[in-house]
Design a protein around this ligand. Structure first.
Ligand code: CO8
Length: 261
């Protein structure tokens, strides 16, 4: 297995089919420095390519999921160095994953940390989690989806309030506004997130991937072309062995044996 300095990886779940990535710069509240993001991108890519892995979890520690981009690292960036170096380009690696990624958020998910959670497919939170886009406090704006993904989750008024004030919202508020799908006691969060990943892992990985692509279209296109995309993918499932097996198993009252084909 590759050696990482800023993250820890593990394979968990009863069937060892869940890839776990823990952000691991506790002294900096898991601030997302460039080496961390490069390692995260590699870990996500490797799990995505591993046929034994059904879903991926990204988590932090009890104090912080991630407190944002590394302010010390970008303090002296200039417009020119950002453009020349493609600042934050590594983000694309994590968002191109075909498998489901679940964020398990305890503690702070701020700035780039909140944006990282939002580029995951599902967010589960511990009850002490705090979300926010505090970039405005340090004279900048969200740079990795905060102004685009957040309004799609919570609507314009709440997104404006979060981005323009820099105020934090707690886990229950985040759940109420649709940013987070469930809230758990802090010490239960990871096991509940693993259960969710395992539940997804009982299905055909092939069909899970198609379903993820279809839902993602809802955030990328008009309703009309999204519905068209959905219909084509739905029809496409009928070209797979797993669709036949799923329906056969239902009729025969048995558990399906999916082959990822
Ligand atoms: N970057 C670098 N270091 C950080 C960061 C950060 N974002 N957040 C915390 N740290 C460091 C602190 O400097 C401190 O280090 P040291 O001990 O060496 O002084 C250590 O972590 C502990 O932090 P605090 O002492 O501040 O802990 P508190 O419990 O007092 O406060 C807070 C916790 C409220 C989370 C506070 O640390 C804070 O406000 N952090 C900054 C939050 C922030 O502004 N985040 C937004 C950053 S900008 C951004 O994310 C731009 C997005 C662009 C895309 C990102 C792509 C990666």
């Amino acid at each position: 297995a590759p050696q990482y300095e800023n993250i820890k990886i593990d394979v968990v779940g009863e069937k060892k089919n869940v890839g776990l990535i823990q952000l691991n710069r506790p002294k900096a509240l898991n601030a997302l420095c460039k080496p961390l993001f490069q390692e995260l991108g590699k870990a996500v890519k490797d799990f995505d390519a591993d046929d034994k892995i059904a879903a991926i979890i990204i988590t932090g520690n009890e104090k912080a999921f991630a407190a944002g981009a590394d302010i010390k690292e970008m303090q002296n960036n200039t417009y020119s160095t950002n453009v020349r170096g493609g600042f934050l380009q590594e983000w694309e690696d994590a968002s191109n994953c075909g498998k489901p990624i679940i964020a398990a958020v305890n503690g702070f998910a701020l700035g780039g940390g909140c944006e990282l959670a939002m580029l995951c497919d599902i967010i589960y939170a511990g009850e002490k989690a705090k979300f926010g886009q505090p970039e405005i406090n340090i004279g900048t704006i969200p740079g990795a989806g905060g102004t685009q993904r957040l309004p799609r989750y919570v609507g314009k008024s709440k997104a404006m309030e979060i981005v323009l004030t820099g105020n934090f919202i707690d886990a229950h508020e985040a759940e109420k506004m649709g940013l987070v799908s469930k809230v758990f006691p802090v010490e239960k969060l990871l096991e509940e997130t693993i259960k969710l990943a395992e539940r997804i892992g009982t299905h055909s990985p092939l069909i899970v991937k198609m379903a993820k692509q279809a839902v993602n279209q809802a955030y990328e296109t008009t309703l009309k072309s999204g519905l068209h995309f959905e219909k084509q993918v739905f029809y496409g499932t009928f070209a797979t062995a797993d669709r036949q097996e799923g329906m056969n198993a239902f009729i025969e009252k048995r558990t399906p044996n999916f082959k990822n084909e």
